[in-house]
Design a protein around this ligand. Structure first.
Ligand code: ADP
Ligand code: MG
Length: 474
């Protein structure tokens, strides 16, 4: 077969025909979706002797291909060009790529997904209400600064923006800490999809809002309408999915919607504050589905990315800062991009209140204000508050003598977490909970430990409370 292919080709094979033959060989070996996602966008650019040079759209592609499919490609080039055939990869310059993205070479083949056929149906024609996208035009890929910390998430999001439902990133699950750009990225997907095709039904919603709407739909006897609203989407984007933890009926409904959309090849995008396997109060069947596509994190930005973000945003706000000021801000605010923005917004406010010049002192003061505002040290008070909120108990009662079951339980859990999460002595803990002696505290701790080890529900609940406390104090 190899020989006949070579014989059939005319005397000067070009890069395109050689690559097309390689693709023919690879195609039967990988799932269709994988083929469309990873191989179709590759561009053959040169054939020199036995070396075929192919161009990959970005580093993300390169890493992915090199890690997983290098052997397929290496084998196929030998099949086409003979034993001495080799492939050389080059990565398209990221900076050059974006303006070109609407050109046929990257998108024309990929966007031939079957779902695009259904776009002809307008909202009016199918008789349903138009879909509110909830997409904020201010969040785009253009104003999302790339960095090592967000490289994977951004590249995957970008690919989805170009080809929703047609890549193997379905669902796309992005997780990471607060203020790192999760919402920005997933909104950017929505903007890109709509920019490419206004008819696509895109819908962004937070998990909390999803829950609320679902509960209300039941209250007002409109559950079917709720389900229909989601079933017809092309792209469903749910933010902060951890908010569904423990909400069983909402989770069941979400499970149904997830399956319906996924089976129809529609795109699902989710974010969370932690990876799927650390989510508590969500069934295993759903968690395993979260991992069907691509799960990737966003890390806190490195120094260079922080500088780039500051520069970009200061430019946008029309604020002029010295190099020393940039340096100071990027050195002192390290783990939250919203806080970086916060510094600039406060400076902007000063300017609008008549301060003409921004001084270094001013910058230092604002940075200090911002970086100390929410640094709550984990203390028994915070723990008590979160436990009571979570278990819906009046905070005052936890210090009372009452032995009412749910209050006693909350008290024991709060005591246990106080021991686990603070340096407090047993005596201090006892005093805090209405002057109980240290043997009562020991009893509470051992009792709760036992329950954590034997009851999954309790274990999940305590982990969830612990996460909330940590989040609050981070
Ligand atoms: P999260 O959802 O992870 O808590 P957000 O998406 O709300 O974070 O981001 C917080 C703020 O920081 C937003 O205003 C967002 O525009 C900005 N931001 C985050 N990451 C970037 C980035 N890489 N480039 C530019 N702005 C960013
Ligand atoms: Mg967010």
């Amino acid at each position: 077969m190899v020989n006949s292919q070579i014989a059939l080709r005319d005397s000067a094979p070009d890069a395109v025909s050689v690559w097309n033959e390689c693709l023919e060989n690879i195609k039967p070996l990988v799932p269709v979706m994988t083929f469309n996602t990873w191989f179709v966008p590759i561009k053959p650019i040169a054939l020199a002797g036995d070396t075929l040079t192919i161009q990959l759209p970005n580093n993300f592609f390169y890493d992915w291909i090199a890690e997983r499919y290098n052997s397929f490609i290496a084998k196929s080039i030998k099949e086409v060009l003979g034993e001495q055939g080799v492939i050389k990869y080059v990565v398209m310059n990221e900076e050059l790529k974006e303006p070109e993205v609407t050109e046929p070479q990257l998108t024309s083949k990929i966007t031939m997904d079957p779902s695009s056929l259904s776009q002809e149906t307008t909202d009016e024609a199918d008789g349903s209400e138009p879909v509110e996208s909830n997409i904020n035009p201010k969040y785009t890929f253009e104003n999302f600064i790339k960095g090592e910390s967000n490289q994977l998430a951004r590249a995957a999001a970008y690919a989805i923006g170009e080809n929703p439902g047609g890549t193997s990133f379905n669902p796309l699950f992005i997780y990471g800490g607060v203020g790192l750009g999760k919402t920005h990225l997933i909104q950017a997907i929505g903007n890109a999809v709509l920019q490419n095709n206004r008819r696509k039904k895109v819908h962004y919603i937070s998990a909390d809002r999803f829950t609320l709407d679902f509960v209300q739909s039941i209250q007002y006897n409109k559950k079917q309408e709720f389900t229909n609203r989601f079933k017809k989407l092309d792209v469903l984007i749910i933010d902060d999915i951890h908010g569904l933890s423990g909400k069983e009926r909402t989770l069941d409904e979400f499970f149904f919607i997830f399956n319906t959309l996924h089976q129809a090849g529609k795109q699902i995008v989710l974010t969370s504050d932690r990876p799927p396997n650390e989510l508590t109060g969500i069934s295993d069947r759903l968690i395993s589905r979260f991992n069907w596509g691509l799960t990737t994190d966003i890390q806190p930005p490195d120094f260079e990315t922080r500088m780039a973000i500051l520069n970009d945003k200061a430019d946008n706000y029309g604020i002029k800062l010295t190099g020393e000021m940039y340096d100071y801000i990027a050195t002192h605010i390290t783990s939250n991009i919203r806080e970086l923005e916060g510094v600039l917004l406060k400076l902007l406010a000063k300017i609008s209140f008549g301060f003409k010049d921004i001084t270094f002192e001013m910058v230092k003061k604002i940075v200090k204000e911002i970086s100390t505002t929410k640094k709550v040290i984990i203390g028994i008070d915070v723990i008590t508050k979160v436990v009571c909120e979570h278990m819906r108990i009046d905070e005052k009662k936890i210090r009372d003598k009452t032995r009412k079951k749910e209050i006693a339980e909350a008290r024991q859990i709060a005591m246990y977490l106080s021991k686990m999460m603070t340096n407090s002595t047993l005596k201090m803990i006892g005093l805090h909970f209405g002057g109980r002696d240290h043997s009562t505290v020991i009893h509470a701790i051992t009792e709760t430990e036992h329950r954590v080890n034997t009851e999954k529900r309790t274990k999940d609940m305590i982990e969830e409370i612990q996460n909330k406390i940590e989040l609050l104090c981070s």
